[in-house]
Design a protein around this ligand. Sequence first.
Ligand SMILES: [Zn+2]
Length: 108
Amino acid sequence: MNKQCPACGQRFEPELGFYYGAMFISYIFVGFFSLGLTGLLVFYFNLSIEVTFTILIGILAILFLWNLRFSRSIWIHLLVKYDPQAISKYQARQEKKENAMEESTNQA
Ligand SMILES: [Zn+2]
């Protein structure tokens, strides 16, 4: 994962443990997905519980990384407000920084 957005400078981990809450998003998603898939396989396809859980665990293992990133994405979207001027503000800050660097090198 990038440390910050290359376009607007948004830090992707604003504080330590920021993504702790993403665990709950992940839990909700996996919970309902598991209920739905188990119900479908047991009641519609008449598979045994053992086969159903083997399939479920396989699918969840494959989806693990996608689920992790998806949950983090939802979490940061919930907590970081959209700013239409973010890119221009970031560029202005970068220019200020560069100017300050040039001034300090000119003084030396
Ligand atoms: Zn951005």
